[in-house]
Design a protein around this ligand. Sequence first.
Ligand SMILES: C[S@@+](CC[C@H](N)C(=O)[O-])C[C@H]1O[C@@H](n2cnc3c(N)ncnc32)[C@H](O)[C@@H]1O
Length: 269
Amino acid sequence: MFFLALLVEFTKKYGQQHLTVFFEIVFFLSKAVKTKIDFHHYRNAKIDFSIRKFKKMCKQYFLQEKPLAHIVKYTKFCDLNFFVNKKVLAPRENTEKMTWDFIHHFQKLKNRNVVDLCCGCGAIGLSIKKYLPTFQIDCIDKYIRPIINTKLNAHKLKVKIKIVKANVFKYLSKQKKLDLIISNPPYINKMTFTNKKMLRWESKRALFAKNKGYAFYDYFFSWLKNHSFQQCWLEYGFEQKQTLKKKLKKISNLKFNFKKNNYVIIEHQ
Ligand SMILES: C[S@@+](CC[C@H](N)C(=O)[O-])C[C@H]1O[C@@H](n2cnc3c(N)ncnc32)[C@H](O)[C@@H]1O
């Protein structure tokens, strides 16, 4: 099979709109073709990888909903390349939007301290460091796989940040004050979750939170209420906005601003 024939077969089956998937899988499998320019050059050459592997990966993506980041082991986030290890959450589009907004919002400031709570592969904290290099970043995660993954990405991106393996509840209980906080914590209610396919690829630890999905927010809010910080940016689940609003309204010394793309900015009044 030739590269061009493979492309024709793929678009017939899955449509033109999924060309990104085609190219990412080809770049991952092929030794010779790593860019679209390479593809053009080799279009009439025989493919240099197993067609079975290629088809299996397409099936995983289109039928089994495996995230592309887990198929090709990396993803683009804030225009940077991040490796994503098995069972580490593949960063999502909303998180990327929140991170871009954060970077643009603080771009005129220097030397601030940021903690990225529940860092996963480090996409939020490392992107902030890359674009705001005078900022000090601490990335926190409870589990070893995300910690190793964040260390690998820090090394590849050539940035120095602090990476701490800790339970955020314990970590926060030891902090007297913080400067800037950003987090995309686990927030899914296990009892109402039905997407079994997602569970096959993503770690339950990255997804589910106790208290119907609110355990992290409840703890964060009580910490924010009682401590000094400049701003806290939190991503939340699609249907959690009204409940979070109610919870925040009860805390008289905090003001909040819900943004599109499912995140909220919290400050002291
Ligand atoms: C939704 S994922 C977010 C990952 C990353 N911030 C992102 O947006 O791609 C949540 C992360 O929280 C971590 N985590 C779960 N419970 C934790 C805890 N108690 N303390 C610290 N990290 C925790 C998981 O390992 C996972 O990496």
